[in-house]
Design a protein around this ligand. Structure first.
Ligand code: HEC
Length: 137
């Protein structure tokens, strides 16, 4: 347990360093200063819905971690689902959180990497808030 935490921390720091150096879309943690802390237990609904700061923080987190597959401005180019289609309720929220923390594997191939060790709960809900702020066209 202890070792896993140290390892996770090291990986996260490494990813942050390379992101600062290149901004290359590699998975990287994001700072969520100014947002209410959420504690250990994962929420089942987005606690930041309607929070403008969460939208701004989430935009940076999305562009760094998600846009290369889910599309710039959350407009899917077809290689991954359009995240604007998820409903803004507990069903959509819990599905979003489960997928982002756990990723997705099909027939033994990783289609989406898990972000549970990279992004804090605060970061994940900030990204969710940004996604929900995008118009469905
Ligand atoms: C390497 C490409 C890739 C990256 C990076 C990626 N995803 Fe995904 N994501 C996918 C694919 C592919 C699927 C579909 C998986 C499946 O259902 O088999 C998916 C599915 C999802 C789903 C479920 C959507 C649905 O309609 O069922 C959510 C939510 C999601 N991703 C959010 C995110 C977020 C948020 C990020 C950034 C933190 C992210 N993804 C980063 C490729 C990616």
């Amino acid at each position: 347990m202890f070792r896993a935490i140290i390892l996770g921390g090291t990986l996260a720091l490494g990813a942050a360093g390379s992101a600062l150096a290149h901004g290359d879309g590699a998975p990287a943690p994001i700072a969520t200063d100014g947002l209410p802390s959420l504690g250990e237990d994962f929420k089942t609904q987005n606690p930041y819905r309607g929070n403008d700061l969460a939208v701004r923080i989430g935009e940076g987190g999305y562009n760094q971690n998600c846009a290369r597959c889910h599309g710039l401005d959350v407009k899917s180019g077809g290689m991954a689902p359009d995240l604007r289609e998820l409903t803004s309720d507990e069903t959509g929220d819990s599905w979003f959180a489960a997928r982002v923390t756990g990723g997705a594997t099909k027939d033994g191939r990783v289609r989406m990497p898990p972000f549970g060790e990279i992004l804090s709960q605060e970061a994940i809900w900030a990204i969710r808030t940004y996604v929900e702020s995008r118009p469905k066209d």
